[in-house]
Ligand binder design. Structure first.
Ligand SMILES: C[S@@+](CC[C@H](N)C(=O)[O-])C[C@H]1O[C@@H](n2cnc3c(N)ncnc32)[C@H](O)[C@@H]1O
Length: 256
């Protein structure tokens, strides 16, 4: 997910459902965790016309792009903060709503992290998260990884894109962190990787994690992996672009 890879385009269908679930009110003070380049932050800001939005992320380059896009769009009720949401000392309870689009699965100690985030929310505040379901329900992850590495096994648990996939685990984490009324809505929409195979391959190889996977291979093995990836992408090319099946949860909860 770099400037060269259009994550917002990839998630267009997910994003519409996430935006609807967030139901940002006109007066809401909103916190966006792991906001990245800030599409969800700006969407919230447009809805919170007399409210405000704070986007938090670890990544300075992402926030730089988020700020640029926010200025370009003339939004004055948004601020961005470079911080680790797990431990950052947010000012005392001030937010009515916390949202995160795929930004909360990377915490080393999720109970501590969500407890910390909860301290920033007023009692009764809403939490609306978009997280991936299991890797084996996410063709973009399983098929692509398999085509690059030949591996059919899936890496174990711990922080990562699939760490909140199991509703029992996610519910337990949120309950232990002081959230109630936890519920899960199945989001079954494809992710989009580009208008055609060549563009999708180019974008994908720029993704750091896939470059990393290839970096350890000798030239011939890396070439074979690239060819397998191209074939996988080609098999998913449709008249309207390259799509992979995916499953996510919209998790909603309330701060106790
Ligand atoms: C998959 S990206 C999603 C970005 C953005 N929400 C979007 O949908 O475009 C995950 C983001 O979470 C951020 N992130 C991960 N751990 C974080 C933490 N502990 N505190 C703040 N941001 C974090 C990463 O820097 C990254 O930008």
């Amino acid at each position: 997910m770099t400037d060269l890879f259009d994550y917002d385009a990839e998630l267009r269908l997910h994003n519409e459902l996430f935006r609807a679930a967030a139901r940002v009110g006109s007066h809401d003070r909103v916190l966006d965790i792991g906001c990245g380049t800030g599409q969800s932050t700006r969407q919230a800001a447009r809805a919170a016309v007399t409210g405000s939005v704070v986007g938090v992320d670890l990544s300075a380059p992402m926030l730089e792009r988020a700020r640029r896009l926010t200025d370009d769009q003339g939004l004055a009720n948004v601020t961005y903060q470079q911080a680790d949401a797990q431990v950052h000392r947010f000012p005392s309870p001030q937010f009515d709503l916390c949202i995160s689009r795929f930004g909360v699965m990377f915490f080393a100690d999720p109970v501590a992290a969500f407890t910390n985030i909860g301290r920033a929310l007023r009692p009764g505040a809403r939490l609306v998260l978009l997280v991936w379901q299991d890797r084996d329900r996410n063709e973009w992850a399983s098929a692509i990884r398999q085509s690059l590495t030949g591996a059919t096994d899936t890496p174990g648990g711990g922080p990562g894109p699939f760490s909140l996939a199991d509703p029992t685990i996610a519910r337990g984490i949120l309950a232990a962190a002081g959230f109630t009324d936890v519920s899960f809505t199945d989001v079954h929409e494809p992710v989009y990787y580009g208008p055609d195979t060549a563009t999708a391959l180019d974008s994908m190889l720029r993704l750091l994690k896939y470059e990393d996977l290839l970096a350890d291979l000798d030239t011939e093995t890396a070439e074979r992996a690239r060819a397998r990836l191209r074939a996988t992408l080609a098999a998913h090319e449709t008249d309207s672009g390259v799509y992979f099946d995916s499953r996510a949860w919209i998790i909603t909860a309330r701060r106790h």
